[in-house]
Design a protein around this ligand. Structure first.
Ligand code: NAD
Length: 292
């Protein structure tokens, strides 16, 4: 068994890239691995960070506001017996992203998993949408992913595969949305950003597969978080939302966290360039269930 990872220590030197499927080990799925989650002090990012920690990861919690929420998550992860640090950085700013990844590697050690989750909405009818609203959404939801993914790729390529830790050199998960597929009136900037994430993810997956860097996306449906409170906070809004969800319940952040653990694990070693829809069937055209 490989020795436990030390703070700041690189993994053991990479060995030859295996040409067989990995043999899965018992116990914590992601033990000895280190993950960074952007926008991790709230909603889906928070649940992803917690589930990764429960699966054995040490975790870097990225946040841009609400430092107490980030710190409380650090404490919660420490309570699970894993290490965690919170790093403030705006994912749309190149210098802040570069220094966040450098600090993460110095403090916890080289990363194995990055979940590029930070995102926001600035909704408006199209003719009233300002350039500022357009640019803010594209800068965070798409350019922010580009900047984070570029740092991941640089770091994962430097290290290469260490089969004692994982069959892949690194695992990238982009948080997309069902709106990479479903058009969304009044949210053209958001839908365009997530459509962009889909092709960024697939192009990068194609480019990185020979380096054994797996790149995938999760496309959540309606998940109970602060980004969409108005869609579920009253019984009327909830009932209205259920017209769009064949599974007839709203998604919880932990639904996404558990999907992220699987995608990051060697159980998903042959999965790259895929979008995993975690949406209770929202992309199944529910309007056609009774006719069409
Ligand atoms: P949320 O508002 O709870 O979380 C978003 C997080 O991103 C927050 O922590 C926020 O501070 C952070 N963030 C925003 N701008 C940032 C920046 N410039 N730099 C760093 N962090 C920044 O909402 P959520 O629902 O948890 O959203 C998380 C992701 O899931 C987003 O990418 C969102 O598009 C996606 N998503 C959510 C749903 C849903 O139903 N909740 C559905 C589909 C996709």
């Amino acid at each position: 068994m490989a020795p436990p990872a030390c703070p700041g220590a690189p993994d053991a030197p990479a060995s030859e890239t295996p040409d067989r499927a990995p043999v899965l080990r018992a116990g914590s799925t992601l033990r000895q691995q280190r993950a960074l989650v952007t926008g991790a002090n709230s909603g889906i990012g928070r649940a992803v960070a917690l589930e990764l920690a429960r699966a054995g990861c040490d975790v870097v919690i990225n946040y841009i506001s609400d430092e107490p929420a980030a710190q409380s998550l650090v404490d919660q992860i420490a309570g699970l017996g894993r290490r965690a640090i919170a790093i403030k950085a705006d994912v749309s700013q190149e210098d802040q992203v570069i220094s966040m990844f450098a600090r993460a590697a110095e403090t916890l050690g080289p990363l194995h998993i990055v979940v590029s989750n930070a995102g926001l909405q600035r909704d408006a009818p199209f003719e009233q949408m300002s350039l500022a609203d357009w640019n803010t959404v594209l800068s965070v939801n798409l350019t922010g992913q580009f900047l984070c993914l570029r740092e991941d790729v640089r770091a994962f390529t430097r290290r290469g595969v260490n089969p004692a830790i994982s069959a892949a050199a690194g695992k990238i998960i982009c948080m997309s949305s069902v709106h990479q597929e479903i058009p969304w009136a009044g949210h053209a900037n958001y839908a365009a950003s997530k459509g962009g994430v889909a092709m960024l993810m697939r192009s990068l997956a194609q480019e990185m597969a020979p380096r054994r860097i797996r790149v995938n996306a999760i496309a959540p449906g309606a998940i109970r978080t602060p980004i969409n409170t108005s869609a579920w906070e009253t019984p009327e809004a909830y009932d209205d939302l259920m017209r769009l969800v064949p599974y007839k319940r709203i998604g919880e952040p932990a639904d996404i966290g558990r999907a992220a653990v699987w995608l990051a694990s060697d159980a998903a070693d042959y999965v790259t360039g895929a979008t995993l829809y975690v949406d209770g069937g929202m992309t199944l055209y529910p309007g056609f269930a009774t006719g069409g």
